[in-house]
Write a protein of this length. Structure first.
Length: 270
């Protein structure tokens, strides 16, 4: 009798274990995609680090690198959100978590287009004044200081709260179907852009084509979103780091070993 009861209990738990294994496989797959993204991005960026305000190349090339870079940087920290969404939808469609992740990347792709357009406009309007020995150094340092200031704003706190506790976001914006998965992923990506845009601006300021700085920013993002400290503790620590980097770029850029000091005028964006 006891054996039969135990067998029935195991049978009842089998779907639970299967779902847990599926979600674990999904998270592992997201990390694998991120790993492939890191390898590909490192290959594409080899020898391209020109320091602050490095040329972004053509729009098509930049967008391809940007989307891959976002997958590499963001998938590890967004994996818990995707896994939570998968738990809520996996029985209905195993495809939807991937559509959710695709919608998330779609928002970051739009942010990349906006960043490219801003860089191109600045280059066209300001030209040589953005060179390192002109205004480029001051703009880089100032961008880092602005990013440090944003870290301690109420808007940053709200956006980070949504990223760290995604259940309310998912339930509050629930949409059915495959298109709904994409829309929900895009909305999650929008909160992430609100949380991380200043950190990404910092990456442009120091060297958007540097894998070392890219890894540094990705680590900060992962810590902010996943480490179970108080949000204010995390953001104030990030703000202090960015402020210190900004001051060093302005006062002693040679003290940053990972910073490439541009030797020529900034190249055109396009």
């Amino acid at each position: 009798m006891a054996a039969a009861a135990g067998s029935g209990s195991d049978t009842g738990l089998a779907p639970v274990y299967a779902a847990a294994r599926t979600r674990l496989g999904l998270v592992a797959a997201l990390f694998a995609v991120a790993g492939i993204g890191w390898v590909w991005t490192a290959h594409e960026m080899q020898g391209m680090d020109g320091g602050p305000w490095t040329s972004l190349g053509s729009l098509g090339w930049f967008l391809g690198v940007w989307i891959t870079m976002m997958a590499a940087m963001m998938f590890p920290s967004v994996a818990p959100t995707v896994a939570l969404y998968a738990r809520m939808t996996m029985e209905r469609s195993p495809l939807r978590p991937w559509l959710f992740a695709g919608g998330y990347l779609l928002t970051w792709a739009a942010a990349g287009v906006a960043a490219y357009a801003l860089g191109l406009t600045a280059t066209k309007l300001l030209g040589g004044t953005l060179a390192w020995d002109s205004s480029g150094r001051w703009l880089a340092g100032g961008t880092l200081i602005v990013a440090a200031s944003y870290e301690i704003t109420p808007l940053k706190d709200v956006c980070l709260g949504k990223c760290r506790s995604p259940l309310g976001v998912l339930l509050g914006s629930w949409r059915e179907g495959n298109s709904g998965a994409i829309r929900m992923g895009a909305k999650s990506g929008a909160w992430c852009v609100g949380c991380c845009w200043a950190l990404m601006a910092s990456l442009f300021a120091v060297a958007v084509m540097s894998v070392s700085w890219m890894a540094c920013v990705a680590a900060i993002i992962a810590v902010e979103k996943t480490v179970p400290w108080r949000r204010r503790t995390v953001t104030y620590a990030t703000s202090a780091v960015l402020l210190a980097l900004g001051i060093l770029v302005l006062a002693a850029p040679q003290a940053l070993p990972a910073l490439t000091i541009p030797s020529t005028e900034m190249m055109p964006t396009g």
